[in-house]
Write a protein of this length. Structure first.
Length: 315
């Protein structure tokens, strides 16, 4: 079985880069301040080297200048303003709430920091979101939620088309809110995601913070090449999902990205074998179940090494 190791998105910043950002952003962490491109390139290069040294086949840029998952994407689009703080799911992390004040539009590059990373290493994964941003935002402009979601979809699709034209081969759409979607939303979401995934680049849907059983089997018709499931916080339920439904390609979130405890390789091997025994997957990725920003950098590195060790005992 061919197993590709990857990471979900975020990665702990190098300490020297963290100090640099404190100076340029100030105590209030001003949004989208000008970051020296050469300094950013040095930081991205450092964490790309770490990922590759740990044995990661498909790295990300680490989202090193992102304040948080929602804020960064929303603040790079027209129509949002940021105000107030709210807890990000059940993490010890708070984000500034995006509030819609006008029509959501994309007037500039969203992932301009990925452009810098792409100059360093071309086999890299872009990370975006759509549905989750609308669900965790406060809508003060649109009369109908559907209109809000469609405008968000169009903006994200424009960025994906730009990335594809650059030569980015892998596009990941992070949707942790999707596991809480109502059943009567799934028809609309199928239309939305079919539009987003209408590209030649490989598209990966990443769900985490729990089981995705609520969105099956409908999610299989959303158009994604790969479905990512959390086998740390939703192990039993997601195991039942892969046993019941025909998932051709999967991202197995198997290493705990929110706990510093280092799992035993044999325990991970046992879990992995249970997951893959139920289906003939065409593509298998293994990754942490979430981004690694929640961990100290040394632990993040050890978690990536675990994925490489796991592959060594299952192939």
């Amino acid at each position: 079985m061919n197993v590709t190791t990857t990471v979900v998105g975020s990665y702990p910043r190098p300490e020297w880069f963290r100090d640099y950002l404190r100076k340029v952003e100030g105590l209030q962490k001003e949004l989208n301040v000008k970051v020296d491109e050469e300094i950013m390139k040095k930081a991205i290069s450092e964490i790309l080297d770490e990922q590759r040294r740990a044995g990661i086949d498909l790295p990300t840029d680490g989202q090193l200048i992102w304040h948080d998952f929602l804020l960064t994407i929303a603040s790079r689009l027209d129509g949002f303003e940021m105000n107030g703080l709210i807890r990000y799911f059940d993490n010890n992390l708070y984000y500034r709430i995006p509030i819609t004040r006008a029509k959501i539009k994309r007037s500039a590059e969203i992932l301009y920091d990925l452009d810098v990373a792409f100059e360093i290493y071309r086999d890299i994964k872009a990370v975006l979101s759509c549905y989750t941003i609308t669900k965790l935002s406060k809508n003060m402009f649109y009369k109908k939620y559907d209109e809000f979601l469609w405008d968000m979809c169009r903006a994200i699709r424009e960025e994906i088309k730009r990335l594809e034209s650059m030569g980015v081969k892998y596009i990941q759409i992070d949707e942790p809110s999707l596991i809480y979607a109502k059943r009567d939303e799934l028809g609309l979401l199928e239309e939305i995601f079919k539009e987003i995934t209408r590209v030649k680049s490989e598209t990966i849907l990443m769900t985490y913070f729990g089981s995705a059983e609520n969105i099956f089997p409908e999610v299989l018709d959303f158009g994604f090449d790969v479905i990512g499931l959390d086998f740390v916080e939703g192990y039993e339920e997601n195991l039942n999902v892969v046993r019941e439904y025909d998932i051709h390609s999967i991202n197995i979130g198997i290493v705990d990205g929110r706990n510093t405890k280092i799992e035993k390789v044999n325990d991970l091997k046992e879990k992995f074998e249970k997951i893959v025994s139920s289906d003939n997957f065409k593509i298998v990725y293994t990754s942490p179940n979430t981004g690694l920003e929640f961990l100290p950098r040394v632990k993040a590195y050890e978690k990536m090494e675990l994925l490489t060790k796991l592959r060594g005992v299952i192939i």
